[in-house]
Write a protein that binds this ligand. Structure first.
Ligand code: SF4
Ligand code: SF4
Ligand code: FES
Length: 258
């Protein structure tokens, strides 16, 4: 994150503001602190938009802006509150007296493996991520998750060797790393869960005939011409095409055998 020079930033006056917090809310303005500096920003902005409003430009830590990519995990504290807040900057709205800091990175040590050579045994997750055995069941990971995933539960499934369950519970993980940031046992939950989903997809779930067929078609470059055509279309033409697209009948998907 680097600071833009063009934007003028209103500095906080010394001490607490005279107006009550209610008055400020009515004016639609909240005061946030970015790396110690005070900024007044419109209420209702997300943290990400407030940072930009204050003159910062994102170089990294910003992806989809829609709560899916997990790039924007953020830590904050509200003045006079003991608890730290953890959330996605593109989703969480600013609050008055919110202190935001820049974190160097989310812990991301990842085991190295070749998925084609793995044994999908009960102990495989423990072998690659032995630290999961250190879980003390504090449930902090679950409380940190912006996706409301039962993170501790999927770690417990991993410890028991229930790969399918671990994959299922973690399915909506966006890999933001907020759980790993707070875990007292240094577990990298999202990497454990990703391995579980990979193993489940490769070894445990029934194979999809439709997927195999489509992959073969792609390898045979069946869609190259169509893609070329799409690339040359303007937005209006693409929208028209999308609106008039044929939707595959449900029966044909079922008939495909998946
Ligand atoms: S935060 Fe870590 S130690 Fe606590 S329940 Fe989650 S995985 Fe276990
Ligand atoms: S499980 Fe962890 S990494 Fe995945 S979305 Fe929840 S907090 Fe983020
Ligand atoms: S930018 Fe993708 S989740 Fe926030």
């Amino acid at each position: 994150m680097s600071k833009s020079k063009q934007v003028v930033i209103e500095k906080k006056k010394t001490g607490r503001a005279n107006k009550s917090e209610d008055d400020k809310e009515k004016q639609g303005v909240v005061e946030v602190f970015i790396m110690g500096k005070s900024y007044r920003v419109p209420a209702g902005l997300t943290i990400m938009k407030a940072l930009e409003y204050a003159g910062y430009r994102f170089i990294r830590g910003c992806g989809c802006r829609a709560g899916f990519c997990g790039a924007c995990s953020t830590v904050y504290r509200i003045e006079d509150e003991q608890k730290l807040g953890f959330d996605l900057a593109c989703q969480k709205l600013v609050e008055d007296k919110m202190y935001l800091v820049q974190l160097p990175f989310v812990p991301a040590a990842k085991a190295v493996y070749d998925i084609n050579k793995l044994e999908p045994s009960d102990s495989v997750l423990l072998t690659y991520y032995p630290e999961i055995a250190r879980c003390v069941s504090c449930n902090t990971c679950t409380k940190s998750c912006p996706q409301d995933i039962e993170v501790m539960k999927y770690i417990q499934s991993a410890i028991r060797g229930d790969i399918a369950k671990c994959a299922e519970i973690s399915f909506d993980c966006i890999q933001c790393g907020l759980c790993a940031m707070r875990c007292p046992a240094d577990i990298k939950h999202y990497h454990v869960a990703q391995l579980a989903r990979r193993i489940r997809g490769k070894y445990l779930d029934p194979k999809s005939k439709n997927l195999a067929k489509r992959l073969k078609e792609i390898e045979e470059r069946k869609f190259d011409e169509e893609i070329e055509k799409l690339m040359k279309m303007d937005k209006k033409e693409i929208m028209e095409l999308y609106r008039n697209r044929k939707i595959e009948a449900e029966e044909s998907v079922i008939a495909g055998g998946d």
